[in-house]
Design a protein around this ligand. Structure first.
Ligand code: FER
Length: 359
């Protein structure tokens, strides 16, 4: 009886601590407007990166004030995805009918010294690589492979960006929130901070997406869902996803409900404000951490990869982050295991992966 009571109390405590249905107040007015006396970051023009299947694809990137290409500590990266009618310009202020003002929201946040926001790169890509998403949504699904295997390696190669999964976040609005949930929870060894703002009703159910709930629990540092009370089916989608995570014991879980906000820019700017100030905190670099958990079903695959390592790249189960010529690489990580094998640039030699790395 006592034990039962203890269990109930424990469950109750963990629910109240972690699975909060939060009601953070709206940010101060001006949080998404140009600040006159605050340091500016750098918002790039459109940059194009090569993909294996879809030619060159566009993104824009926001660099924090004082970004340094040579800073020893590499920057964390937030991949920020747009809605169904958007493109690589949708999250930025000079886009006319912007869905959000990520550059201004970030600069405001950095200027609030009490918040200690971690300076980060915010990458805003086009999320439908063949443009077909508008007709049948299929294009948005194709972006998973492009994001993980083309864009992320490009960013880590061309900016002073960390390739530590603990330093990689994914977030988005509406259709981009659907992508965030579909890609993020399927790949919790790639993305470890997840934010879905007004997720689209066609988001794949959590029970279908999540392949390894234990990996989600051990890897993902922040599970953030949000929607406005005037949004109907989007709020319902956020609530349903939240409930699944909660029922399956996922903590660090938040559902932010915005009073009276609809499917609108103010809503998404607020969610970026709420999300970005909480990410990349409280984790040490992967080099100092235990390997990401990998379950036994996946171990076999990883070992197989090791045996064929000299002959391939982009193999399912392993990702070569910084390929040089041939199969030389500076960083390699198992898609299904805790990353990082070597931090040293080693020309011509792949760092060997041993059982140590995939336990
Ligand atoms: C839906 C599928 C996608 C839907 C909305 C979306 C309302 C996406 C909306 C957006 O990106 O703004 O069924 O129904």
């Amino acid at each position: 009886m006592l034990r039962k009571l203890f269990t109930i109390v424990t469950i109750f405590a963990s629910v109240t601590i972690f699975a909060e249905k939060v009601q953070w107040p709206p940010p101060p007015s001006g949080f998404a407007s140009p600040g006159h006396n605050i340091p500016k970051g750098t918002l790039s023009e459109v940059v194009r990166y090569p993909t294996r299947q879809y030619n060159d694809q566009p993104f824009r990137i926001h660099l924090p004030p004082d970004y340094s290409d040579t800073r020893e500590q590499k920057y964390p990266v937030l991949y920020l995805l747009h809605g169904i009618g958007g493109n690589e310009n949708a999250w930025t202020s000079n886009a006319g009918h912007a869905e959000g003002n990520a550059d201004l929201v970030m600069e405001y946040l950095y200027a609030q010294s009490d918040l200690n926001v971690v300076p980060m790169l915010v990458v805003m890509p086009m999320g439908s690589p063949d443009g077909s998403g508008m007709e049948n949504f299929a294009g948005f699904a194709k972006f998973e492979d492009v994001l993980i295997n083309d864009l992320i390696p490009y960013i880590e190669e061309n900016y002073n960006a960390s390739s530590d999964p603990n330093m990689r976040a994914i977030a988005g609005l509406s259709m981009g929130a659907g992508q965030t949930l579909n890609f993020g929870y399927k790949n919790p060894e790639v993305f470890t901070w997840i934010g879905a703002f007004s997720p689209a009703p066609n988001t794949t159910p959590a029970g279908t997406t999540i392949r390894d709930i234990e990996a989600v629990k051990s890897n993902v540092h922040l599970n953030f869902l949000a929607a406005g009370t005037a949004e109907g089916s989007y709020l319902n989608t956020a609530q349903t996803y939240h409930d699944y995570l909660q029922q399956n014991g996922v903590d660090n879980l938040y559902l932010q409900v915005e009073q009276e906000l609809d499917h609108e820019r103010e809503n998404w700017n607020r969610q970026l404000h709420n999300f970005a100030q909480r990410i990349f905190k409280g984790v040490t670099h992967v080099a100092q951490r235990e390997p990401l958990k990998i379950n036994s079903a996946k171990k076999q695959k990883a070992i197989m990869v090791r045996n064929s390592i000299g002959t391939m790249s982009g193999y399912r189960g392993i990702q070569i982050i910084r390929g040089e010529t041939g199969f030389s690489a500076t960083k390699v990580f198992l898609l299904n295991g805790r990353a990082l094998v070597s931090d040293r640039p080693e020309s011509g030699i792949l760092p060997s992966i041993t059982r140590e790395h995939i336990r």
